[in-house]
Design a protein around this ligand. Structure first.
Ligand code: 4AD
Ligand code: MG
Length: 476
């Protein structure tokens, strides 16, 4: 490691002897190396004295090579940078083959870069996205830490299906070809590693509830897994979820928390990652210019982020939303794939996007959904047919957050579980929370990659996680 990163060198005002290690982005006219070490979007220009450098070394300064440069930091003669390094010695640390190196100094498609995900962070776009991902992750922990939350690690391997969706990855050590069988011929999970059937978690919520009911304010931030076969630009089979859970907080408090939290993490990157955001703002703007006028976004990326931090999210009940949708143009003209006919319909992403992008034009919190389209643990309202659920919908993304006030009444919860055939035996510990000192409590889950998509303006979720896991794809 050299003492200063390129990010730091570029800010130096004292002219001095320096060293830099990094990867060559370009080498122009046998003289100018654009060097990058990942610490910043910007390259440092290194000026090589080609007359006094041997021919072999000059040949080995190619795009992608790792080099160690020593020289003098001076004011730059050229445009575009304030300082540059006049090279006194250059050592090639690792050669790159210019014939086969995939990341050429030109525009590559995101599809191509996905196939080369191990090298794509050597491009400006992906290094900016991943630095932002890292900063957002820090901002998440900072927010909760500043607000008195305890960080809790919920298990990755679980015996329960929190969302009741049944789309889980099984964790098993049984011989797949010849599993032990019970008398009735089904697989004998008592012989399995954990003595029972287990899966990768779809959510840490149920366990987080147990800690909320003792530590008060907690959150989890970890990987979650869903075996749903949704090959869309917004779904991953492995994604990271942030789930706060708070005792004595109702749904209104939950909405306030979610809104304040999202504004806070977005403000954090606006303040601390301006350079990367400006680059992505320009990238998106250039991309949008190639689209027809009607499909272009009205706001640029940074304007969109500021819009979110400066304006209140619109809070709308499911019932109001259904009325808006029923009377909407695309519904009347049968432009939606799923026509909204009556109260009770599950909202598809086309409806969510209509509400946020066309109707309200801002983030929307939908609440009080019909009980039968939501999970068993949500608190039943006095009307007996809706639950205290909330989804936060974002322009360009759709559902960003899903949360609720939890059912704290033992009898109501048991009834609900019976109807849905959820075993009381399996969730005995969850029911215990309602037996011993039950109280109003609430929480939500935010898909971290969807947040990164929004903050970076990237339109495919595969481009905001280092190595995406999706149906038929687990490369790297
Ligand atoms: O709405 P979901 O399924 O809610 C829960 O899991 C609750 N247990 C959360 C809670 O109340 N603690 O998922 C929460 C969020 C979604 O709003 C979405 O942002 C994200 O997780 N999400 C996904 N992100 C990427 N790929 C997927 N397949 C996702 N499924 C959900
Ligand atoms: Mg949801």
């Amino acid at each position: 490691m050299t003492k200063l990163t390129i990010a730091q060198l570029l800010k130096e005002t004292k002219l001095q002897q320096v060293e830099a290690k990094g990867w060559v982005r370009t080498f122009r006219a046998k003289r100018f190396i654009a060097l990058n070490d990942g610490s910043t979007l910007n390259n440092i220009q290194c000026v090589v004295d080609f007359e006094n450098t041997d021919e072999d070394t000059l040949k080995r300064i190619t795009t992608g090579a790792a080099v160690h440069i020593k020289g003098e930091l001076v004011e730059s003669q050229g445009k575009g940078q304030s300082v540059e390094i006049v090279v006194s010695s250059i050592e090639i640390l690792g050669d790159s083959d210019p014939e086969t190196y995939p990341i050429q100094p030109k525009k590559h498609s995101f599809e191509f870069l996905r196939e080369n995900a191990h090298l794509r962070t050597r491009t400006n776009t992906f290094s900016a996205v991943m630095r932002l991902r890292s900063a957002l992750s820090f901002a998440v922990h900072k927010y909760f830490n500043d607000n008195g939350f305890n960080y809790m690690h919920t298990p990755i391997i679980t015996g329960s299906d929190a969302e009741g969706a049944g789309e889980m990855f099984r964790v098993s050590t049984l011989d797949q070809k010849n599993p032990p069988l019970t008398e009735d011929g089904s697989i004998d999970h008592s012989k399995n590693f954990f003595g029972k059937d287990t899966n990768l978690t779809v959510s840490g919520q149920l366990e987080a509830e147990t800690y909320a009911m003792s530590l008060g304010k907690v959150y989890t931030f970890g990987p979650t897994f869903r075996a749903e076969n949704s090959n869309t630009s917004r779904h991953l089979s492995e994604f990271w979820m942030i789930e706060p859970e708070v005792a004595f907080m109702d749904l209104a408090g939950n909405m306030d928390l979610a809104e304040d939290f999202m504004k806070s993490v977005i403000s954090y990157v606006l303040e601390h990652n301006a350079e990367d955001l400006e680059f992505l703002d320009q990238r998106l703007f250039d991309e949008e210019k190639t689209k027809p006028q009607a499909e272009r976004s009205e706001l640029r990326l940074i304007e969109k982020l500021k819009f979110v931090t400066d304006n209140n999210f619109k809070r709308v009940s499911y019932t109001e939303a259904i009325d808006i949708l029923k009377n909407s143009k695309p519904n009347k003209k049968k432009k939606f794939n799923y026509i909204i006919e009556e109260w009770g319909a599950d909202l598809q992403s086309e409806h969510e996007r209509f509400l946020v992008e066309k109707h309200f034009k801002c983030p929307v919190i939908l609440f009080d959904y019909p009980a039968n389209i939501k999970a068993f643990y949500m608190r039943l309202n006095e009307d007996g047919k809706t639950v205290r659920a909330m989804d936060i919908l974002f322009p360009g993304i759709g559902e960003m957050v899903g949360g609720s006030q939890r059912e704290e009444r033992l009898d109501v919860l048991k009834e609900k579980m019976a109807v849905l055939d959820i075993s009381e035996e399996e969730l005995w510990w969850y029911l215990d929370l309602r037996k011993y000192g039950t109280a109003v409590h609430s929480g939500f889950g935010l898909g971290f990659e969807r947040l990164v998509m929004f903050a970076t303006g990237m339109s495919n979720i595969r481009d905001v996680i280092p190595y995406p896991r999706t149906p038929q794809n687990a490369e790297f």
